[in-house]
Design a binder for this molecule. Structure first.
Ligand SMILES: *[C@@H]1O[C@H](CO)[C@@H](O)[C@H](O)[C@H]1NC(C)=O
Length: 431
């Protein structure tokens, strides 16, 4: 752009000040000594005047904005100006940036179950965090009214009962369905590659799930409306293993490492990370029928929930470990036809059954029925779970022995004992 030689102090010189600066270099080449001096003078003076103008303008804009900026925008601004200093800095901008990137904040992926599909009624159970088992922050838990508010208020599942179509579970099936071997492990949500596997703490809304992720997303939403299918740290993702198969059915075990964001602005992020979820699905190879489904947080260890939260966007995370006794989804019974023919005098009409919820049958009886299923090929449940573990933890490739057994084993092999004492478990998220 060519320099506009106008009088010092006129309107254009003031507002063009930054351009003057930008063009300084190229201009100097064009000018003679005298005009060079004049130019320098102009720049200096216009800088001074420009600054004065900016100061004046600052006053003006803060004065003007009271009237021009709408109240709701102001409120929104204040919501993200977490320390109320009138400036949104980079840290405060980050959750906002993720909001832009995620765009969609209301995650509802319910779809109608088609007439030719069967449906499954699933029931979610959630018992709130056992406060008596909190370790270091009992006092804070009881007194902190900000960061922990949503945790304290989370007393029941987000959606206690929900119908799913059997076809929704197609994403749980392996690719090579006809020649898949018992013990084969595959991924529904693959973990991130090693060098960039840490995701931001400063997010409030989960990314939109891909088509094949929607069913898992909806399942976890039964507990809480904001599940993150990929947890921030390893172990991440969801893997499945084939435990047994016959001509028409697959018995699949799976393991989920996901987490939940409990807070919304103006509160800081609070991450609630279950140690793991285990699950089982017995499904027809063509996804036309589901015999069984469950998903649960194991409660056999003393601690099974990792919690991390911020009290300030610039600070390190606060951490505690807790215990939830029950976080579980179970099917009421095996899947049923979505519609039923219904006779009314001489007329036959189709009745939508999938719009009603089926009451759960006795779980013990249900599980006993499963034991009667005949499989052509199978492995034990515990072996199937070990295969899953190995896929999440490379260190599980070697065998670990209980304390006393290790010495006997070491003696028989004439080897030394390598002894590790841990406060928590290394093979889930509770550590
Ligand atoms: C699915 O497989 C079952 C056998 O398990 C069969 O009876 C049924 O006709 C199949 N359905 C479709 C839509 O292919």
């Amino acid at each position: 752009m060519k320099r506009n030689k106008k009088g010092i102090g006129d309107e254009d010189t003031k507002s063009l000040m930054p351009q003057d600066e930008r063009n300084k270099k190229s201009l100097k080449i064009e000018c003679h000594k005298l005009s060079c001096f004049m130019l320098t003078l102009t720049i200096v003076v216009s800088l001074v005047l420009g600054n004065l103008f900016l100061i004046y303008k600052d006053d003006l804009s803060s004065f003007k904005s009271e009237g021009l900026i709408s109240g709701e925008v102001r409120l929104l601004y204040e919501k993200y100006d977490l320390n109320s200093d009138g400036i949104i800095d980079l840290n405060e901008f980050e959750p906002l940036a993720h909001k832009f990137l995620e765009a969609k904040t209301e995650h509802n992926y319910d779809e109608e179950i088609s007439d030719d599909d069967e449906f499954l009624t699933l029931n979610a159970y959630f018992e709130p965090l056992d406060v008596t088992k909190l370790n270091i922050n009992k006092y804070e838990f009881l007194t902190n009214s900000d960061s922990l508010k949503s945790l304290k208020n989370w007393k029941e599942p987000n959606r206690a009962v929900l119908n799913f179509g059997c076809k929704d579970f197609k994403s749980f099936l392996p690719q090579n369905i006809n020649d898949i071997k018992v013990g084969h492990v595959w991924d529904l949500i693959p973990r991130l590659k090693r060098d960039n596997n840490q995701l931001s703490n400063k997010r409030f809304n989960p990314p939109e799930p891909e088509t094949h992720e929607k069913t898992l997303f909806r399942l976890l939403q039964m507990f809480h409306k904001k599940p993150f299918l990929l947890s921030r740290f390893a172990p991440q993702g969801t893997s499945l293993v084939l435990r047994a198969k016959n001509k028409n059915y697959l018995d699949i075990f799976f393991r989920v490492h996901a987490e939940f964001q409990l807070n919304e602005p103006p509160y800081f992020p609070f991450w609630f990370t279950p140690a793991q979820f285990n699950g089982r699905i017995i499904i027809a190879k063509n996804a036309s029928h589901i015999e069984y489904f469950n998903l649960y947080l194991p409660n056999s260890k003393k601690l099974n929930i990792d919690m991390e939260w911020l009290n300030d966007m610039n600070e390190n995370m606060e951490v505690d470990i807790g215990f939830v006794n029950r976080m579980e989804i179970v099917a009421s019974m095996s899947s049923l036809k979505s519609t039923r023919d219904h006779q009314e005098s001489d007329k036959v009409t189709r009745l939508r059954v999938s719009e009603t919820f089926i009451k759960p049958i006795n779980q013990e009886r249900y599980e006993n029925m499963l034991k009667m299923m005949k499989w052509d090929e199978e492995m034990s449940e515990s072996d199937a779970l070990i295969e899953l573990e190995k896929s999440f933890y490379p260190f599980k490739q070697i065998t670990y022995y209980p304390f006393l057994d290790a010495f006997k084993k070491a003696q028989s092999l004439n080897k030394l004992v390598h002894y590790i004492l841990l406060w928590g478990a290394l093979d889930d998220q509770s550590c």
